[in-house]
Design a protein. Structure first.
Length: 133
């Protein structure tokens, strides 16, 4: 039963490593990451099938409610982390709808200035892994 959590988390994380932002570049380490992903998946499936629910303690109604309330508090905390971004996005869209944000949209962005100056708008990585702008 204890093996399922870490195995599932390993599958979750290594899937991101394999399919992450540089999915077009496959280094030798991807084979290692793919092996860890596969082993984690196999261990998660094995742990799920081996788990015997008869060994789990029987929860009283009060204990179920307490666990449910705790999970709701944790979920509220996680969701509250995004309230600022959601509110800022809503405020920006309201400003745009009322036309107050015209000056900000007419100003050139850094990418526009770089294109005007003849520089690439995104950093270019050379072979020594130094960023050149």
């Amino acid at each position: 039963m204890l093996a399922f959590g870490p195995a599932a988390y390993t599958v979750y994380m290594f899937l991101q490593y394999i399919l992450g932002p540089e999915y077009g570049v496959h280094a030798a380490v991807v084979l290692f990451q793919l092996a860890i992903f596969t082993l984690g998946g196999a261990l998660a499936v094995w742990a799920w099938t081996v788990a015997d629910d008869r060994l789990l303690p029987v929860l009283t109604r009060h204990r179920e409610r307490a666990y449910g309330a705790a999970l709701l508090v944790i979920a509220a905390f996680v969701v509250s982390r995004y309230f600022g971004a959601i509110a800022a996005r809503g405020a920006a869209s309201r400003r745009q709808a009322h036309g107050r944000n015209r000056a900000a949209h007419s100003a050139p962005t850094r990418a526009d200035r770089d294109v005007i100056d003849g520089r690439p708008s995104t950093p270019v990585v050379d072979r020594d892994l130094q960023l050149d702008y």
